[in-house]
Design a protein around this ligand. Structure first.
Ligand code: BES
Ligand code: MN
Ligand code: ZN
Length: 494
């Protein structure tokens, strides 16, 4: 697991920058140094900052990115980094600037002159998010890392921003850690065990075992896990920070710890990626952690269905007909369309047990959504414009790509089965939508619901400004914000 970067936050005093070793970062904009720190560094380097900012290379530096001046004369530092960050900038650019600083984080200490930048809070969050690494399985000596110091004009404000950012980052990191873990380590039981760790933060955590799931009639979920040595679990996490007794909002996640496809087995090439098929459950866990860490004033219940989809002598077969907790029967045409089976039962259980005000479910559900939207946007499906709009707004504010997809009867019709109430697949065309229609069959009339197909955004092959390649933690920030917007913000009086 990754250690969280703890920057030292100090006042911008008259420290002798000339004697400072390591790397110095200064935020600048335009074509001349204007801030106190930039001007002081410019003086110490006899105009090197000004000359660099008049040069051609600076013109190519985009907002949030940096120009490096190596071994600047007049400074003991090994490098001076000019980070372009306008004072009036958006959240994403400020986070990117923080990420740029995080990438300098190595053996040499980093001093960043943040001074009075109005978006220091976003910069700090970007710094923490980009400093994440998952190197538990890299043997050999871990390189000692230096320190990161942020020099700011208002230390208490920056400290407060750091603590707020920490609650977000630690939620995102829980999600990333869970998604990055291999399936031989993060078994269903280990996943459940890690979730019980949230009890320390005041989250009520309940782990349901197979006997209980059997009693509840969750045959769809159990059918997926039946070919695995790992027992299936449903984990219920409750955060009651809102009005006592008020109905909660529900988050439901697909937690397929490994998806071989089952008897409808997947091709070998790339199958190792299916360790991320618990990404929806990972996001639910991350959001619950963030809500608890920041003491959110909302009642939220998070539920995850943890299973492993394996081929085996006892595994579910194509053609099997299975009864759901709801009572509807499903003809399992393709055992690789397992996520919807898991979600169907957990969603039904969530509605029956908690009578939530609304539900959002997350799942790495279909390859089809990757074909449609790539890794830029998650697919958003909903039966409720208000909830869907609120989610899209929160996602936009957090710069987490999300795009609404259509639904409709014609897609649902594809699920008609000759033998049972429905099939679990409906052909290749519009595959992500047909999957959403399947899930919708397990959502009660009038229940506000959003389904997020996160197959494309959960694990990336390349770095982003705020995440190294691998698990992204997509969704934690948007869902946290949605909950804050919906339940913790008093609407302005009309
Ligand atoms: N977990 C996969 C979807 C997936 C694919 C996630 C690629 C991440 C990356 C899901 O269980 C699955 O196998 N879906 C099938 C559905 C099909 C059989 C209808 C798919 O998308 O091919
Ligand atoms: Mn599958
Ligand atoms: Zn799957």
């Amino acid at each position: 697991m990754s250690e969280v970067l703890i920057p030292e936050i100090v006042a911008y005093d008259g420290e002798d920058l000339a004697a400072r070793s390591g790397r110095i970062v200064v935020l600048v904009d335009g074509d001349a140094p204007t801030s106190l720190g930039a001007r002081r560094l410019d003086r110490l380097t006899r105009g090197a900052v000004r000359r660099a900012m008049a040069g051609e290379a600076w013109g190519r530096v985009k907002p949030g990115e940096a120009l490096e001046l190596a071994y600047p004369a007049g400074l003991a530092a090994e490098a001076l980094h000019l980070v372009r960050l306008p004072r009036r900038t958006d959240v994403a650019t400020a986070r990117k600037a923080g990420g740029t600083i995080a990438r300098l984080y190595g053996a040499a200490p980093v001093l960043a002159l943040v001074e009075t930048h109005p978006r220091h809070a976003d910069l700090i969050l970007g710094l923490l998010l980009r400093a994440y690494s998952f190197d538990v399985y890299k043997s050999g000596e871990k390189k000692a890392k230096g320190a990161v110091t942020l020099m700011v004009s208002d230390v208490p404000a920056a400290q407060a921003s750091y603590h707020a950012a920490l609650a977000l980052a630690q939620g995102v990191f829980l999600t990333r850690d869970l998604v990055n873990e291999p399936a031989n380590v993060l078994t269903t039981t280990e996943f459940a065990h890690r979730l019980t760790g949230l009890r320390d933060l005041g989250v009520h955590v309940e782990v349901l075992d197979e006997d209980e799931l059997e009693r509840l009639g969750m045959r769809l979920l159990l059918g997926v896990g039946i070919g695995s040595e790992c027992p299936s679990h449903v984990v219920v996490m409750r955060w009651n920070g809102g009005v006592a007794g008020e109905a909660p909002f529900a988050l439901v996640g697909k937690g397929v710890c490994f998806d071989t496809g089952g008897i409808s087995i997947k091709p070998a090439g790339g199958m190792e990626e299916m360790t991320m098929d618990m990404g929806g459950a990972g996001v639910v866990a991350g959001v619950m952690k963030t809500l608890a860490l920041r003491g959110a004033k909302a009642n939220v219940v998070g539920l995850v269905g943890l299973v492993e989809n394996m081929p085996d002598g006892r595994a579910q077969r194509p053609g099997d007909i299975v009864k759901s907790m709801k009572g509807d029967t499903v003809e399992v045409i393709n055992t690789d369309a397992e996520g919807r089976l898991v979600l169907a039962d957990v969603l039904w259980y969530a509605q029956e047990t908690f009578k939530p005000k609304g539900i959002i479910n997350l799942a790495t559900l279909t390859g089809a959504i990757i074909v449609a939207l790539g890794s830029e946007h998650a697919g958003v499906f909903s039966n409720n414009d208000a909830l869907c709009g609120a989610f899209l707004k929160a996602a936009r504010a957090e710069h987490e790509g999300a795009w609404r997809m259509p639904m409709g009867q014609a897609y649902d019709d594809k699920l008609k089965s000759r033998l049972a109430d429905m099939m679990n697949v409906g052909g290749r065309e519009g595959g992500a939508i047909v999957a959403a229609q399947f899930i919708k069959r397990f959502i009660k009339e009038d229940m506000p619901w959003v389904h997020l197909d996160i197959a494309g955004v959960t694990l990336l092959k390349g770095d982003t400004p705020t995440a190294p390649k691998g698990a992204t933690g997509w969704g934690v920030l948007a869902l946290n914000r949605l909950i804050a917007d919906m339940f913790e913000t008093t609407p302005a009086k009309a």
